[in-house]
Design a protein around this ligand. Structure first.
Ligand code: NAP
Length: 284
């Protein structure tokens, strides 16, 4: 019998706890916690993401500074803004909503975010520290997955974990986190020779592929923990994950649904990272 890992509930519980911790921080430090969110252009999906991030700040007691820049913004203007936020003591976290409009160099822009304010955890320094199992700010989605595993006391040490997908924002940091938690980790991607064989070895299987219902029941070991990061659309345009949930679930010990699984954790982890960044900046 499988158990669902309910990301919606866990995210709500975490936000409630963060609200308390943030209020305590503000009272003790006599200052706000600030998150700057920079959006360039008018991509509708990015606008929704930024709105949701600002809303989550309001809910948890973080002061948000939202910058809406026009499509015509130059690299220099963007870099000047990021540099001023980097130097601003009221700002504990800086997030540049990706993707940036064509013509802007996101790597150059992101490199101006100081490591300790990089609440997305995308900078070379934070990824490098993660690779060395050092103190860092961890990318929100994979960090949310770790919290989900932790919430069910799922044993990771010595387990065989397979991560399908190797993107910089999900697959790679996910694999590093599982490795740092003492799993034996395999990373699969589009050039993997026998994906089914690799997946069948997994005690913990994380799908971060971007293909609807791609992981089928014949690819899952009996009793596996299956984490579905995917946010895809099925043939009817309905939101679904990378895992064929209906057919896979009965083989699992734990499984995350889509929607209501990993998705709700991501913005919550951004609030968490901002809180952590603030506490580190004041030396706690
Ligand atoms: P991505 O950058 O497109 O990476 C997809 C990865 O899947 C790549 O590494 C690719 O391999 C691999 N892949 C593609 N086809 C494959 C195949 N047939 N067999 C094995 N591997 C294959 O995507 P992403 O940004 O990591 O996102 C992945 C999914 O997670 C998407 O559905 C996205 O919407 C979702 N997502 C959700 C959240 C959330 O908050 N829940 C956050 C971020 C992303 P190659 O490297 O060889 O091309």
């Amino acid at each position: 019998m499988y158990e669902i890992i309910d990301g919606k509930k866990l995210a709500a519980d975490m936000r409630a706890q963060l609200k308390v911790d943030i209020a305590t921080f503000k009272e003790e430090q006599k200052r706000e916690i600030g998150l700057a969110v920079v959006l360039v252009g008018s991509d509708p999906a990015s606008q929704v993401y930024v709105r949701n991030k600002v809303k989550a700040c309001e809910e948890t007691g973080i002061k948000s500074y939202a910058y809406y820049l026009s499509e015509e913004t130059t690299q220099r203007q963007l870099e000047e803004l990021i540099s001023s936020l980097a130097a601003d003591d009221n700002v504990d976290g800086i997030l540049v909503q990706l993707p940036l409009p064509k013509g802007l160099d996101s790597e150059a822009a992101l490199s101006l975010i100081p490591t300790e304010k990089d609440v997305d955890g995308f900078s070379e320094s934070n990824i490098g520290r993660l690779a060395m199992n050092g103190q860092c700010l961890v990318a929100c989605t994979p960090n949310g997955v770790m919290k989900m595993l932790e919430s069910k006391n799922i044993d990771i040490k010595g387990k065989k974990a397979v991560v399908v997908g190797r993107s910089n924002i999900v697959g790679r940091p996910m694999a590093l986190l599982l490795l740092n938690a003492d799993a034996t980790v395999t990373i699969c991607h589009s050039k993997t020779k026998d994906l089914k064989k690799e997946c069948l070895e997994a005690d913990i299987l994380v799908a971060a592929i971007g293909k609807p219902k791609f992981i089928t029941a014949d690819m899952v070991k009996e009793g596996a923990v299956v984490i579905d990061v995917g946010m895809d659309r099925d043939e009817n345009g309905k939101l679904c994950g990378d895992v064929d949930f209906e057919n896979v679930k009965d083989k699992c010990s734990y499984i995350t649904p889509v929607p209501g699984g990993v998705g709700p954790m991501t913005i919550t982890m951004l609030m968490y990272n901002t809180y952590i960044a603030a506490t580190r900046r004041v030396g706690n």
